[in-house]
Design a protein around this ligand. Structure first.
Ligand code: FE2
Ligand code: FE2
Length: 275
């Protein structure tokens, strides 16, 4: 593949290794007219997805512990978009897991961290939904998984590069925030989520949904500070200094966010971290 290769997103749907469940899930997500019941029907085909969603719904983090017994109830409680995000995140990370398990597991872990840090930040910011930030955090680097699907060997060579965005542009002709946003757009995920993914490394460029974008981008930057790992891409820039001031995220608040995130991640790890 050369730098000039145009990435065809439709190709992702036709990858030979794609499990049926993922294909069906994409069909449901890409159909504007699909309903709550269509999503529940597809989820029920995959027992591990059913278990994961029920465990999330019953975790003290989101729901009423022990009371959610069906996927329909879980969708009602967690919301259609959160369940869509969870399904998409889990399935696409899992899809790649078998070929590059260590890197993909760490990428998934990093995504969990950004989700949890982001939802903790949102508690200090008015007019931002914690669950929306949580899904955006889970999916923020989905573009990296898409690029990994397209050319695994090449992507693994640049995965920990400090100028990842430049390297991606150079080789794939598109960087992970853009291809991730395009991918989610085709799955009819909500606009604020798509903005958060598209601008998570360049928050000041977002012309709408600025607060959600800022919170997700700030969570990404904090993730490297709190939980550094080979696969994280939480570069801190001047934009993050500005967000810190704008959202009034004092040192004291940051240390609370760090403490709570560490605690929540240890609580959530048995539910989310495993693929
Ligand atoms: Fe990223
Ligand atoms: Fe990231």
């Amino acid at each position: 593949m050369t730098a000039s290769t145009k990435i065809n997103l439709n190709k992702i749907k036709d990858l030979p290794t794609l499990p049926d469940i993922f294909r069906e899930l994409l069909d449901v997500l890409q159909d504007e007219n699909s309903t709550f019941n269509d999503l529940a029907r597809v989820i029920k085909h995959d027992q591990s997805l059913v278990e994961k969603i029920l465990r999330v719904a019953n975790s003290p983090y989101f729901g009423i512990p022990g009371n959610v017994r069906s996927i329909e109830q879980a969708i009602m409680l967690l919301g259609y978009d959160l369940v869509k995000g969870l399904c998409l995140g889990t399935s696409i990370f899992k899809l790649l897991g078998k070929h590059s398990r260590k890197s993909v597991n760490n990428l998934w872990k990093h995504s969990n961290e950004v989700a949890v840090i982001g939802s903790k930040i949102s508690e200090h910011v008015a007019d931002v939904e914690a669950s929306e930030v949580f899904v955006a955090g889970l999916l923020h680097d989905i573009g990296r998984v898409v690029l990994l699907t397209i050319d695994r060997d090449r992507y693994l060579q640049i995965i920990d590069s400090d100028d990842l965005i430049i390297q991606e542009l150079d080789y794939f002709g598109i960087h992970h925030p853009s291809i991730g946003a395009e991918f989610l757009k085709r799955a009819f995920l909500p606009e604020p989520l798509i903005y958060a993914v598209r601008y998570h490394h360049t928050p000041s460029k977002a012309d709408s949904y600025k607060k959600v974008v800022a919170v997700v981008s700030f969570a990404e930057a904090l993730s490297r500070n709190f939980f550094p790992k080979f696969e994280d891409d939480g570069y801190w820039t001047e934009e993050h200094d500005a967000i810190m001031l704008e959202l009034d995220l004092t040192e004291e608040k940051l240390s609370n966010i760090r403490e709570q995130s560490t605690e929540d991640l240890s609580q959530m790890s048995s539910i989310l971290s495993e693929l």
